[in-house]
Design a protein around this ligand. Structure first.
Ligand code: SF4
Length: 324
């Protein structure tokens, strides 16, 4: 099968919608966690419809421009006729993205601080349901979180405090999407979560203190470096996330050197998207990955020369533009 995500993944989003991958990649929701159980959503007709769009090779709900499986292809993939068997539907990964609370206000993401709110009943119920499932099943991954900082989110913190490792779930994983600034201070509060396999992506978006404190507004350089250092000592796999824009692309090699020095496994570069925080003209000024930007050729030259002997350099959504 070309893409098996709808057969194994579920993402619970802030607005109540549930999708089978990142909400920007796929249009159709498969349910609403505020009024359905996880089981009802996973077995719903809408979930089957999304899965059929993959097995029928129509990809009718997928956004070709941003999906990492499709964005680098000139044409939609076609069946070679061999892929006709029934596919196993088994929930193996849940992304818990129930709130957007964060201690930073990165300009690419938001214009104002989103602080922690009281945990409402439906968020608490679904978080406990996810933790129950995680405690009972094996070979499952829970990701925290698709929006904001898990170390500040009541739902993520509740999940981390509810999980218990046993022989029956010993292969489960927790994956953190984090800005890293609170990891050293807060992770120790969750000794039970720490017993699982833990991996993490840490957003850095810079190679210097000056640029970091612009792009990750509210974050302190020394805190993120300390968080990365903590994570590489503790977790199984640590990747730095570097979202490209006009003010940071010249610092990419410096970010790679930081990843090497602090013992990261990988650095992942990606194209910046406009999440609605910038006007179209402001976005275009920043989006050096788009051909025609005055600094596009300079970005391509610099990125083609990036090197590391120690960490994996992953170009994710920049692959297509760099291969042209
Ligand atoms: S959007 Fe991409 S990842 Fe999501 S189902 Fe479609 S092909 Fe798969």
């Amino acid at each position: 099968m070309f893409c098996d995500r709808p057969f194994h993944h579920m993402q619970l989003n802030v607005d109540g919608s549930v999708k089978t991958c990142c909400p920007g990649w796929i249009r159709k929701p498969i349910g609403d966690w505020r009024r359905q159980t996880l089981d009802e959503i996973w077995k719903s007709a809408d979930a089957d419809d999304v899965r059929n769009s993959i097995t029928e090779w129509s990809f009718r709900y997928c956004n070709r421009k941003v999906c990492p499986m499709l964005h680098h292809l000139e044409h939609l993939p076609k069946s070679n006729g061999a892929d006709t068997k029934q596919h196993t539907v088994e929930l193996r990964l849940i992304m818990l993205s129930l709130e957007s609370t964060c201690n930073l206000t990165c300009p690419a993401c938001r214009n104002k601080l989103v602080g922690a709110k009281q945990l409402d009943q439906s968020r608490e119920r679904v978080t406990r349901d996810v933790a129950d499932l995680f405690n009972k099943r094996n070979d499952m991954t829970v990701m925290l979180s698709g929006s904001g900082e898990p170390m500040t989110q009541r739902t993520s913190l509740l999940f981390l405090s509810c999980v218990r490792k046993t022989d029956a779930n010993s292969r489960n994983r927790i994956h953190l999407f984090t800005n890293g600034t609170l990891l050293r201070k807060n992770w120790a509060k969750f000794p039970n979560a720490d017993e699982f396999h833990v991996t993490c992506f840490i957003g850095i978006d810079a190679g210097t203190k000056e640029t970091y404190e612009i792009n990750r507004r509210g974050g302190r350089w020394r805190d993120v470096l300390s968080g990365i250092d903590f994570a590489t000592d503790r977790f199984e796999h640590v990747a730095l996330i570097f979202v490209l824009q006009a003010n940071n692309y010249r610092e990419a090699q410096k970010a790679i050197e930081i990843a090497e020095r602090l013992g990261c496994d990988e650095i992942r570069f990606s194209a910046m998207m406009n999440w609605g925080t910038w006007s179209e003209s402001e976005y275009k000024k920043r989006a050096v990955h788009i051909p025609g930007h005055p600094e596009h050729d300079s970005f391509v030259d610099i990125f083609k020369s990036l090197r590391s002997d120690y960490v994996r350099i992953n170009m994710t959504t920049l692959t297509r533009v760099l291969n042209k």
